[in-house]
Every structure is written in structure tokens, then in C-alpha cells.
Ligand binder design. Structure first.
Ligand code: AHM
Ligand code: MG
Length: 335
């Protein structure tokens, strides 16, 4: 269903029937994420008032303790998902270990687990630059009715049932996929409702934007250096435009709309890259592939990587199909 202007709530209900054997559990889960997103959005929008309301570690004028926004976002998402008793486990970039959820009336009857990066790019908050929340949903592997184990979380990204992000930008958007294309919803802050504003989002096959932290250039491997030089050469539709916000969700969002490639390569100082496979790369890769784009970690497809640990980092290249394929040619020259 791609009826523009319908609300996210309506969209979730109308699309529930498209899942085979749907029990409504996934719909309830996405509804909970929608709610947590609104709560976090409210907090993010107050960030500039920190001098008035109190900085992290201080007490505000109402006598409440102030928390860092990423800690707060983490708590809000975990609280919302736990209170509604709709998942059996949560893993978060902010937590060392996964959380196993014991439902009150049923012991672990839920079949979904959620992985979240509650506030990605949070170092940008102090300077009023957009940040985001990233989420990823899987069916558990271990039997329903037993406590979740690490195995449930260490699944390759291709097993994802749903994934998405919230971008707290000039407007707040929730963008997600359940494996049937990507749809974007914009929050009307006056009434607190998300509306379908970007149905069926797709990366243009060719793009003209490259996004990478070029300050690390000297540490990059030769294939990436050569590709960056290729982007800067004057030939055909090149040189391309360089745009790097340093906030993955925002860079991805812009590239998906305008056409571009995002790169966080490994380097001589960070052999694994920086971004986390489970909380950042897998959900973004699922979205990218559902939106006509590609996501690779080098030679391999991100979604095929078998994770070894919860906080694993991988190199990440993602965006418009033909740009990623071109980059891959350069990477392969040095293998
Ligand atoms: P974080 O999870 O600590 O916020 O780090 C992830 C962020 C991404 O949003 C962003 O693309 C990248 O780190 C920027 O890193 P750098 O400052 O090294 O370019
Ligand atoms: Mg992050």
C-alpha cells in the first residue's frame, strides 16, 4: 500500500496482512518503535536548551537529574519495548551485553529480538547537527518459551525481518522496511503523528555524491584512495560532490534521495573500520538493498557476513548501485 498521506499507524495495520502467518506481533513492535521515536524526538529537540534545563550530570530546575541524550534514548527505547512485552530480547550499542526479556504473564512467548543504536552520531548534538536512531529486527533462532541466547543476536543481516531509522533532522522522519521496499514517514510535530511522505524510496542507480571522512585519507588502503581520486577527476559527470555530515543516518538519507555512496573503510589505524555490523551496517544494508542500492564490506556483501560478536566492527560501503560496483572494481585491484 503506498497511499500518500496515510498515517504510519494506518500503514502498519493495512500492511499487516501482507505477512504470511502474521500474528500482529511485528506490527505491535513497529508501533512501539514509533512511540519511542516520538519520545526521543521530543528530547532531542530540547537539546539546545541545555544551559537552561541543565547539562548532563547536573540537576535541572525541576530537580530532575539530567542525562546524556544517548543514554536517555537508550533507556526510552528499552523501556518502551520492555513495557509492551513484545520482544524476547534487545541488544543495544549502548549496552555491553544483550538483555533477555521476561514477560510477566507469559514466559518468553515473543519471537522477535531487536537491535538498536539509540542515538547514532550523538557527538553532533552539541552543534545542532542531525542525529538518528537505527533499529533492526530478527526472529529468534532458539525455541520460543526459552531465554534468548547470544546465538539469537549473531545472525547474518540477510535474516532481518525489518529494519529502519529515525532521522531527527530539519523534520523528523521514520524510514523502514519489512522486506517489501522502503517507506518514509514524516512527523507532524503539532499533533505527534507520522505521515507517509516518501513512499517506495529508492537510491538512483547512479549518483554524484561521495561521503567519507577524508581527514583519514592517508590511512586508507590504496583501493579506496584510488576511488576517491576517481571521484575527483574531471571526466564525464565527474568530479562528484563531496558531502560528509559524520552522522550515518543523515548521510545515508541524503544519498538515498539524491544518489551517492557512503564509505567508512578500514585503514592502517582501524583495521576493522569503525561502524558496528549489528547496530549500524546490517540495518542500513537491508534498507539499501530494499531501495535499489548495495552495501558491501569490501569483497563481501554486508548482509552475508556471519557475526562473531555483538559489537563487531566492519568496513562499510553503501549507496547507489553503480557507484558501489565501481568502488568494488578499485578494491579488487589490490586483492
Ligand atoms: P557513534 O555510534 O559513536 O555515533 O559513531 C558512528 C558515527 C556515524 O554516524 C558516522 O558516520 C561516523 O561515526 C563518523 O565517524 P568519524 O567522525 O570518524 O568520521
Ligand atoms: Mg552508532
Amino acid at each position: 500500500m503506498t497511499r500518500k498521506n496515510c498515517t504510519l499507524g494506518e500503514f502498519i495495520i493495512e500492511n499487516q496482512d501482507s505477512f504470511q502467518y502474521s500474528s500482529g506481533e511485528l506490527s505491535k513492535l513497529i508501533n512501539a518503535i514509533r512511540l519511542a521515536a516520538k519520545v526521543v524526538n521530543h528530547e532531542v529537540n530540547k537539546a539546545g536548551l541545555v544551559d537552561i534545563l541543565g547539562a548532563a550530570g547536573e540537576t535541572n530546575i525541576q530537580g530532575e537529574d539530567q542525562q546524556k541524550l544517548d543514554v536517555l534514548a537508550n533507556e526510552k527505547f528499552i523501556q518502551t519495548l520492555t513495557n509492551r512485552e513484545i520482544v524476547c530480547g534487545i541488544a543495544s550499542e549502548e549496552e555491553d551485553d544483550f538483555i533477555s526479556i521476561n514477560s510477566n504473564d507469559q514466559q518468553h512467548q515473543n519471537k522477535y529480538i531487536v537491535l538498536i543504536d539509540p542515538l547514532d552520531g550523538s557527538s553532533n548534538i552539541d552543534v545542532n547537527v542531525s542525529v538518528g536512531t537505527i533499529f533492526s529486527i530478527y526472529r529468534r533462532i532458539t525455541p520460543v518459551g526459552t531465554p534468548v541466547t547470544l546465538e539469537d543476536f549473531l545472525q547474518p543481516g540477510k535474516n532481518q525481518v525489518a529494519a529502519g531509522y529515525v532521522v531527527y533532522g530539519t523534520s523528523t522522519m521514520l524510514v523502514y522496511t519489512t522486506g517489501d521496499g522502503v517507506n518514509g514517514f514524516t512527523l507532524n510535530p503539532a499533533i505527534g503523528t507520522f505521515y507517509l511522505s516518501h513512499p517506495n524510496m529508492r537510491f538512483p542507480e547512479d549518483g554524484r555524491i561521495y561521503s567519507v571522512n577524508e581527514g583519514n585519507y592517508v590511512h586508507f588502503h590504496q583501493g579506496v584512495k584510488d576511488y576517491i581520486k576517481y571521484c575527483q577527476e574531471e571526466e564525464g559527470d565527474r568530479p562528484y560532490t563531496s558531502r560528509y555530515i559524520g552522522s550515518l543516518v543523515s548521510d545515508f538519507h541524503r544519498n538515498m534521495i539524491k544518489g551517492g555512496i557512503y564509505m567508512y573503510p578500514k585503514s592502517s589505524v582501524t583495521e576493522e573500520g569503525k561502524l558496528r555490523l549489528l547496530y549500524e551496517c546490517n540495518p542500513m544494508a537491508f534498507l539499501a538493498e530494499q531501495a535499489n542500492g548495495l552495501a558491501i564490506g569490501g569483497k563481501n556483501r554486508i548482509l552475508d557476513i556471519q557475526p562473531k560478536e555483538l559489537h563487531q566492527r566492519v568496513p562499510f560501503f553503501c549507496g547507489s548501485k553503480n557507484m558501489v560496483l565501481k568502488l568494488q572494481e578499485f578494491l579488487e585491484k589490490y586483492h
